[in-house]
Structures are given as structure tokens and as C-alpha cells.
Design a protein. Structure first.
Length: 595
């Protein structure tokens, strides 16, 4: 029905007749000549409708934005003064011979080139929002990324194997989405949080290089980079070491960036987890920001200032400094704003010292309400360790280590970008490695798996599992880019006796382990190979490439931060008949018509 896409018409088509179809982007009447910008997913071409063809011209006068047209016309060169270098078709225009309205359209609720549309309006009218060039660019790039992934993995001998969407509920860190069974009264399927268990069983089955681009489901609180259903590039291998696995997928990551957006990423550096936390307060640091933490816990143990000495002498407490070069120029209003910012992360406040004269380590050269509470030795050590100079400022975090890390880590990233403390490099990828096997839950008084309970310990660290789980380091790794976790994985446990020790460290008894993971434990008894893998978030990866603010901008039909679809109005009520079929009765049904 058409000879080409609108956006593909260029000077190579001069003096040919083309048949185009698309939507009216704009229509302009210039004193008897009508210009129509016709749009499809490839771009825009200018169509000229002259009054000499009377019937066609009258039809052109009637069309409006978002009408669907068929145009038959001849490609001619534009006048030199009218060339539009912003368009691929900017050198030419199509002089229409025939015009057909394939469908009319109501006036749209927003213009396709409007950049100020609220997200609520966009999501309510997502069908129209997806017509906008920015959204089409995002989704076409998403397709390009997925195809680049497939080509790379195919060349590396990986096989695409589907795993079930209806499975059993297993504890994997987030809430499951449950699906009631009509056939089995009172029983439920769960939508998979990941294909983790299935891909491990595929390794036992001998499919030594598996991958899948698949949906995962987690019923958790949402943020800009989370959705209740998201897409994962899921991969698993057998008979490869941790280093070999990382080498394959670093190659994939760099290859996809090159093929999709033409970027040559630098080689990925390795950063141990403990160092990442010590220097940046985060296991996904943005290394473009040049600011670093200074450890001060030991310095503050003997000071009279309880705000510092309290956490310094508490188990799990931390005191750290963050040097801001030139920070003495910060206004009181800016410091107050940063103080409110760190409270979001649980900090009670934000102490600071402005270094006005580094040669005078007292209230004359150091400006801060806390200077009088710190000994000359402590002040001298702070200056020496941080490397502060005249004109600098040091912020302090003092609390439980997690609060300090979260608050100062977020402050580091914010000030770094706001005040220009960045390296100037566009991309800073890295591997964060050597994660702890477990993290302690102070409220529940128990150890939890930092990644998942199937992660293998480093060689020799099995001995810590029974007596001192906190010392055990995992064969786990995350790929981080510009402060975002792009992917994470690990070498898995392939021996049943090691898996049992990990379950014991997590407080999972033999009966509970058999009830929840019996099918995996049984599989491990039948010649399980050494295996490991990684999963990348496709949504996050494309978001990073496009520079979008949210992963919702790279998903065709996303949910809101309240896990709702404004287009289809899901979730929704179901009728009583469906509930009876599923043997479900609502304990507190909502009143009819309630919002």
C-alpha cells in the first residue's frame, strides 16, 4: 500500500513517485498552497497540495491534526532557502497528486511536540503519547538494544529458553504476585520474581549457556527505576569461573552500547564492595563524581561531642566526613537545603565545618557551631585526613552506618553534580565485586542473604557459614554505570551440602528448605555442574541510553508509582461469579462505586 516510510524519503528519491501513509503532524495554509507535515515512525516529510487539483485541494483543506492520510506524489527538491537541515527529508518535499483520508481523528488532548505534558495525562492517553517522536525513538532504541543482545549471545553459543510465568511462591526478597487456581481449591500460583530457580535447573539439565529476555514481577514499593513488571535479560552459564562470566557479559555490555548508540565504553574497573561503601557509601557509586568519604569513626571515640562520640562507640555506628573543595562559599540557605535533603535518608541533621584559614585550627579559622566541641587533636586529624584547604568545607555524617552511608552517599552525588565536582567523562562503568554473603537484620535478629540464598561463597569461606556468617564473602558481582545498577549476578551453589549450610545460616531448617526449595535441592543431587550467571535490567539499560528520567519512558504501557495502569484502569474489580469460581470471598469488599 505504500512505497516507503515518510522519514526515509530523501534526495535519492528525486523525480520519483511515492505512496506514503501516516498521520498529519501539522497542516499549514500559505496563501492558497497547503503544506502538510506527514508523520510515521521513521520521521516527517513535507507534502505540498496545490490548488490546481481542485478535489484534492478541497480535501486537504478539511484535514486536521492526527488524521490518517494516504498520499501519492512526486518527490521534488525544495528551494534552497527552505531546506530544513533538522529533518532527514529536509532537502525535498512531495508534491501530492492524490490524497485520501483513511481515517479522521478527534482533536488530541495534547500536541505531539509538546514537552510540558503531565505524566498523568500522558499515561491516560498512552496510545497517543506513544505516537510522539520522543517516545517512538525510545521504543525503537529498546528494540535495537534487545536485538543487539540477541545477536551477541547467539554468537557466544547461548540458547533462548522460556521458563514458566505461573510457578510456586518462593522467598526471593520481595512480595510475590499471587494467582489463584480455579482447579486447585485454595491454592495459588505466583508470578516469577526472576527465573532464578528454573535457570539453575536448566544448567543441571545440560543447557550450559541459557538466556531469556523475559518479564519479572515484584509487588514492592515503586520508584522511578522500578515497575511491578519489568524486563530482564536473564543469563546463566556452566563450567565458567567468576572472572570468565564477567568477561563474557562485559563484552556484551560494551557491544550493545556500541551497536545501539555508537558509544565505546571504557574498560570496566573492579571495585570491592567494602571499598565502595567506605569511599562512596553505596554499592552502586557514580564514579563520575570525584568526591569521596573520609573515615573518622576512630577519631571521634574520645571527643566530648556526643553527636559524634555516640555513634563512634556504638556497634554498627559510623562517623564519616565528605570534603567539598571550595565549599566554604556555600550559603547558609544551601546548607539548610542539604540538611533537609539528608533527612530523607534518616539523618537527624548535617554537621559541617567551613575551613576559612587552614593555618588556624580553632574558631578563628574554622567556622562551625561544632568546632568548640572538638579537641585540637581531633580538628587537626580531620584536616589532615580529608586534605582540606582554605576555602573548603567538610560535611559530617554520624549515625548507624547504613544511615551515614545512605545520607552522605546521596549528598555526595547531589553536590557533585550541582557544583561541578565531576570528572567530565560521560560514562563510568564498573564491576562491584566481593559482596558479603549475608547482611544482619537488627529488627528480626537474623541473617538475610544479601543477593539470594543460592549464591556461592568464595573458596574457603564455607568455613564461616556456621560460626561467623558475617565474614563470608560471596562470588557475587554487580555491573554499575553512572550510579545505576545495570545488572547483577553470582556464581551459584552447585553442591547440596553447601546449600544446606547456607540455609542453616539463614535460619531455614531442613523441613522448611524441603518445602520451599525441594525441587532445586533434588536437582542438585543429580550431577549439578558449577554454574553462574547474571541478569540485566533491560528497562534501566535503555533508560540510561536515552537519558530519560524514568523507566516508564521506555516501557510501552507502564504502571504508575501506585502500580496502576491509567490507560486500562487496572487493577479493577471482578464480578462475584469469577470470585466464586476461584473459591475467593472478599473479607472487606469496597462499597459500590468507591474510588
Amino acid at each position: 500500500m505504500r512505497t516507503d516510510y515518510c522519514g526515509n524519503i530523501n534526495a535519492a528519491h528525486l523525480d520519483t513517485t511515492v505512496t506514503l501513509m501516516g498521520w498529519v503532524n501539522t497542516r499549514r495554509d500559505h496563501g492558497g498552497v497547503i503544506f502538510i507535515d506527514l508523520r510515521d515512525r521513521a520521521g516527517i516529510v513535507q507534502v505540498v497540495c496545490n490548488p490546481g487539483r481542485e478535489a484534492m485541494f478541497r480535501l486537504a483543506e478539511s484535514v486536521r491534526s492526527e488524521y490518517v492520510l494516504k498520499v501519492v506524489g512526486r518527490v521534488v527538491r525544495r528551494d534552497a532557502a527552505l531546506v530544513n537541515p533538522k529533518l532527514a527529508s529536509g532537502e525535498i518535499e512531495v508534491v501530492a497528486h492524490e490524497l485520501e483520508v483513511l481515517n479522521g481523528a478527534l482533536p488530541p488532548p495534547f500536541q505531539m511536540d509538546d514537552t510540558g505534558i503531565s505524566e498523568t495525562v500522558r499515561l491516560e492517553h498512552r496510545v497517543l503519547d506513544l505516537r510522539r517522536p520522543a517516545m517512538q525513538k525510545n521504543l525503537l532504541l529498546r528494540y535495537k538494544v534487545a536485538m543487539a543482545v540477541r545477536r551477541y549471545l547467539d554468537a557466544q553459543g547461548f540458547v533462548d529458553i522460556e521458563t514458566p510465568m505461573l510457578t510456586r511462591s518462593t522467598p526471593e526478597g520481595a512480595r510475590d504476585y499471587l494467582v489463584p487456581s480455579r482447579v486447585h481449591d485454595g491454592m495459588f500460583f505466583a508470578l516469577p520474581q526472576s527465573p532464578q530457580l528454573f535457570k539453575q535447573m536448566l544448567m543441571v539439565s545440560g543447557y550450559d549457556r541459557y538466556y531469556q529476555i523475559t518479564k519479572c514481577f515484584r509487588d514492592e514499593d515503586l520508584r522511578a527505576d522500578r515497575q511491578p513488571e519489568f524486563t530482564q535479560i536473564d543469563c546463566e552459564t556452566s563450567f565458567l569461573s567468576e572472572e570468565e562470566i564477567r568477561a563474557i557479559f562485559e563484552g556484551m555490555f560494551r557491544s550493545v552500547f556500541k551497536e545501539a548508540i555508537g558509544v565505546d565504553l571504557p574498560a570496566l574497573q573492579e571495585l570491592p564492595y567494602a571499598e565502595a561503601i567506605a569511599l562512596y557509601g553505596s554499592d552502586k557509586p557514580d564514579l563520575r563524581v570525584t568526591l569521596k568519604f573520609t573515615e573518622l569513626t576512630d577519631v571521634m571515640k574520645e571527643v566530648a561531642f556526643k553527636v559524634f562520640s555516640g555513634p563512634a562507640n556504638s556497634a554498627g555506628g559510623r562517623v564519616a566526613g565528605l570534603l567539598i573543595p571550595g565549599g566554604a562559599a556555600l550559603t547558609r540557605g544551601e546548607i539548610d537545603a542539604y540538611t533537609e535533603f539528608v533527612k530523607i535518608y534518616g539523618a537527624k541533621g548535617l554537621a559541617y565545618i567551613k575551613v576559612n584559614d587552614v593555618t588556624r585550627l580553632d574558631e578563628t579559622g574554622l567556622q562551625s557551631p561544632i568546632v568548640k566541641n572538638l579537641s585540637p587533636v581531633a580538628l587537626a586529624t580531620i584536616i589532615e585526613r580529608t586534605g582540606a584547604k582554605s576555602g573548603d568545607l567538610v560535611f559530617f555524617g554520624a549515625d548507624r552506618a547504613k544511615v551515614v552511608n545512605d545520607a552522605l552517599g546521596a549528598l555526595r552525588a547531589r553536590i557533585g553534580h550541582e557544583k561541578g565536582h565531576v570528572s567530565g567523562e560521560a560514562w563510568k562503568p564498573l564491576w562491584v565485586v566481593d559482596f558479603p554473603m549475608f547482611e544482619y537484620d537488627d529488627d528480626a535478629k537474623r541473617w538475610n542473604a544479601m543477593h539470594h540464598p543460592f549464591t556461592a561463597p568464595k573458596d574457603g569461606h564455607e568455613e564461616h557459614l556456621a560460626g561467623d556468617p558475617g565474614r563470608a564473602i560471596a562470588k557475587a558481582y554487580d555491573l554499575v554505570l553512572n550510579g545505576w545498577e545495570m545488572g547483577g549476578g553470582s556464581v551459584r551453589i552447585h553442591r547440596a551440602e553447601v546449600q544446606s549450610k547456607v540455609f542453616a545460616a539463614l535460619g531455614i531448617g531442613a523441613e522448611e528448605a524441603e518445602a520451599k526449595f525441594g525441587f532445586l535441592l533434588d536437582a542438585l543431587k543429580y550431577g549439578a555442574p558449577p554454574h553462574g550467571g547474571i541478569a540485566f535490567g533491560l528497562d534501566r539499560l535503555v533508560t540510561m541510553m536515552t537519558g530519560a528520567e524514568s523507566i516508564r519512558d521506555v516501557i510501552a504501557f507502564p504502571k504508575t508509582q501506585r502500580a496502576q495502569c491509567l490507560l486500562t484502569e487496572a487493577p479493577s474489580e471482578v464480578d462475584e461469579r469469577q470470585l466464586r469460581e476461584l473459591h475467593i470471598r472478599l473479607r472487606n469488599p469496597r462499597p459500590a462505586g468507591a474510588a
